[in-house]
Design a protein around this ligand. Structure first.
Ligand code: PUT
Length: 276
């Protein structure tokens, strides 16, 4: 008998994939964790019924949450990822020769362990000596580490349950304080199709704290609606003002390249309207 998995992305719409095999399922202290094998997308990590990453399209999300900030900052040495227990953002951060320490602050240690076991292409760099894995509440971590980071990436789940706090103005203010004087943050900010009110509010909140606020999108087929977005808050550097001759071409990317560093901020009209 065929088994199918559906993520209900709105009250009236979902995305469905045929399950070849369930490789792992558990209820951790924080959430249900499923690792399923699909023909269409390879292995798929699902948290509380929501797709977090898949073998075949993970590169878009992990490259795009990482390289716009990393390549805008002229010398990122100390970087923090809040959430992101699958390790994909850490893998991309380590492509910058300036990196001294990449801290992963993930609340659920089981996500890290399951990812290491089943998603080695994504999580494989978590063992790198430059990586400091902290199984900790990211909100508390940034509160306890002020003026510490060049770049902070917020790689959260959807804004439900405990993750709601990772979309709050207070949290973006806490990140501001955890950044050094010229630091940059990027937060994943959901789908322009399905989360328009959230995007408007998050952009406004970040713009009320950071002198430079930018928003960009990319296509991720397994995420709700297939169109995903990120919001950048920067204390000093503007990605639209960088000297393109100084941009790094990160190795082994499949989506990001330095030629798109500025063009990615050009938005479709209906998306740009959300930011007014
Ligand atoms: N952390 C990635 C965002 C999840 C989207 N389903």
């Amino acid at each position: 008998m065929e088994l199918w998995y559906t993520e209900k992305q709105t009250e009236n719409y979902g995305i469905t994939a045929k399950i070849e095999k369930t490789l792992h399922t558990e209820q951790s202290e924080f959430q249900r964790i499923d690792l399923i094998e699909t023909n269409q997308w390879g292995k798929m990590l699902v948290l509380d019924g929501m797709v977090m990453t898949t073998d075949k399209d993970e590169f878009v999300y992990h490259e795009m949450i990482t390289h716009l900030a990393m390549n805008t900052h002229p010398n990122p040495k100390r970087v923090l990822v809040v959430g992101g227990g699958d390790g994909g953002a850490i893998r991309e951060i380590l492509k910058y020769p300036s990196i001294e320490t990449a801290v992963l602050a993930e609340i659920d240690g089981r996500v890290i362990e399951v990812s290491k076991e089943y998603l080695p292409e994504i999580a494989g760099k978590l063992e790198d000596p430059r990586v400091d894995v902290q199984v900790v509440d990211g909100i508390k971590y940034i509160h306890d580490n002020k003026n510490s980071f060049d770049v902070i990436l917020v790689d959260s789940t959807e804004p439900v349950g405990p993750a709601v706090g990772l979309f709050a103005r207070d949290f973006y203010q806490g990140i501001y304080e955890a950044l050094k004087e010229d630091g940059i943050m990027v937060a994943q900010s959901e789908s322009p199709w399905f989360n328009s009110e959230l995007i408007t509010r998050v952009f406004k909140d970040i713009a009320s704290i950071y002198p430079v606020t930018r928003y960009y999108t990319a296509s991720i087929p397994t995420y709700p609606s297939g169109l995903w977005s990120w919001t950048m808050g920067s204390k000093k550097y503007d990605p639209l003002e960088v000297d393109e001759a100084k941009l790094i071409e990160p190795e082994n990317t499949k989506y990001y390249h330095k030629g798109m560093h500025k063009t990615v901020f050009t938005l479709p009209k209906f998306v740009g309207e959300l930011l007014k």
